[in-house]
Design a binder for this molecule. Structure first.
Ligand code: PLP
Length: 411
């Protein structure tokens, strides 16, 4: 059965409802007015930290205002000197180099290949350039070879921070992404797997590091006593660190906590949706979806793919043809002012040329694909993408008869 041409494309920006349990807790907090994390012991923020650390299998977690704040505090807590050079992938969100600048460090960009993963040859070459820390941004949840990265960094004693904003639920060789480096950072901004509007959290097994992060996040005076971390580590840093006050409030924690139980389902559905659409559009001669690395189990909430054999005009025409079918695609390198295109990070000053990353960004497309979408909605999206490519390239090749409905959906 062909897809009816009138099928309406889904709104991919709508969020899933917040679990009902959050409502009762928000109501309770509003009644009591107890919104500040340090008013009471065992506050919703403190409970969130315990539950998130347990979920990730790490000793400590610190909830803060955003993933950007978590990245900033991670770098500050490593005790890097002013002007320290921090290696980051050249394919990431502008908030990541910004967090490095905020921490008084200098971002050094490393090339990313057309599979959206860090180019290990360039990574190794740059590591030799007086690098004090490495910040691995798992952009859009794509995992680079973490074994190679950790081996190279460990051999040089260089600490690794993971930006796992889009990788909650992703595993690498059975290990949870975000729990591999010295510190891992996550986001609860609305477009991530757990939605609180805004919010972030960092995880680590390092008591001294988390003690510094807790104090700098705004645990003034003896509020650190409300954190179950080795008290020695705290006492050592009392009054010796600035208070950047980037704490999370209890209302946000109340909205986040019941979503932890939803993570496994969202990961499962997101992966099913992604792999289903990827299999369909991958049949187009003009579209290529890079596969995961062996050992990577992903938790996608969006879909990235490369346009093949199209020039710049054809790529722009593809984006228009897809939008005309109700499916918005951004080509990272073609959209004006895209915050994920490194040449738009003018606040960094002049950077070396990064031809590999630039070429990838010119062809790489991005579509949202939330876990809540159903098969019929996925069919509309997949068909729109395949047909848009065929229209632009004037090819006869469209979906095989019965195409999308014959493909495996779910496991
Ligand atoms: C969203 C995002 C961030 C920033 O998260 P905030 O919580 O909005 O600060 C950082 N890195 C990546 C890869 C992201 O996707």
């Amino acid at each position: 059965m062909a897809i009816p041409p009138t099928a309406t494309p889904p709104n991919v920006y709508d969020a899933e409802p917040i679990p009902a349990a959050a409502m009762a807790e928000v109501e309770r907090l509003l009644q009591s007015g107890d919104l500040f994390r340090y008013t009471a012991e065992k506050s919703p923020v403190a409970l969130l930290e315990q539950e998130f650390a347990d979920f990730m299998g790490t000793k400590y977690a610190l909830a803060v205002a955003s993933c950007s704040a978590a990245l900033f505090l991670s770098l500050k807590s490593l005790g890097l000197e002013r002007g320290a050079r921090v290696l980051i992938p050249a394919f990431t969100f502008a908030a990541v180099p910004s967090a490095v600048v905020h921490a008084d460090c200098v971002p050094v960009l490393v090339e990313v290949g057309d599979n959206y993963r860090i180019d290990l040859a360039d990574f190794e070459a740059r590591l030799g350039e007086d690098i004090s820390a490495v910040l691995i941004s798992h952009m859009r949840g794509h995992t680079s070879d973490m074994d190679a990265i950790m081996a190279l960094c460990d051999a040089r004693g260089i600490p690794v921070v993971e930006d796992a904003a889009h990788s909650l639920g992703t595993t690498w060789r059975g290990r949870k992404i975000g729990a591999i480096g010295r510190v891992g950072c996550f986001s609860f901004q609305s477009y991530k797997l757990v939605n609180a509007g805004e919010g972030g959290i960092l995880i680590t097994d390092d008591a001294d590091l988390v003690a510094r992060a807790v104090i700098m996040s705004g645990a003034y005076e003896h509020n650190w006593k409300k954190h179950p971390v080795l008290q020695d580590a705290f006492a050592r840093w009392q009054n010796r660190l600035p208070l950047y006050n980037t704490r999370l409030g209890n209302l946000s924690a109340a909205i986040i906590r019941p979503q932890i139980a939803e993570i496994a389902r969202r990961v499962r559905d997101g992966r099913r949706n992604h792999d289903y659409v990827a299999a369909i559009i991958g049949q187009s001669p003009w579209i290529e979806v890079p596969p995961p690395l062996p050992g990577e189990d992903r938790a996608p909430d969006s879909l990235q793919f490369n346009l093949v054999g199209m020039d710049a005009d054809q790529r722009a025409a593809f984006a228009r043809a897809s939008a005309a079918r109700g499916v918005k695609v951004q080509i990272f390198g073609l959209t004006t002012d895209n915050a994920r295109a490194f040449w738009n990070w003018e606040f960094l000053g002049p950077q070396r040329e990064l031809p590999m990353t630039r070429a990838m960004l010119a062809r790489a497309c991005d579509t949202r694909l939330p876990a809540r979408l159903k098969k019929a909605e996925l069919d509309v999206i997949a068909t729109a993408l395949v047909e848009a490519a065929a229209e632009v390239m004037g090819g006869q090749r469209t979906l095989p008869h019965d195409g999308p409905r014959e493909l495996a959906y779910g496991t």
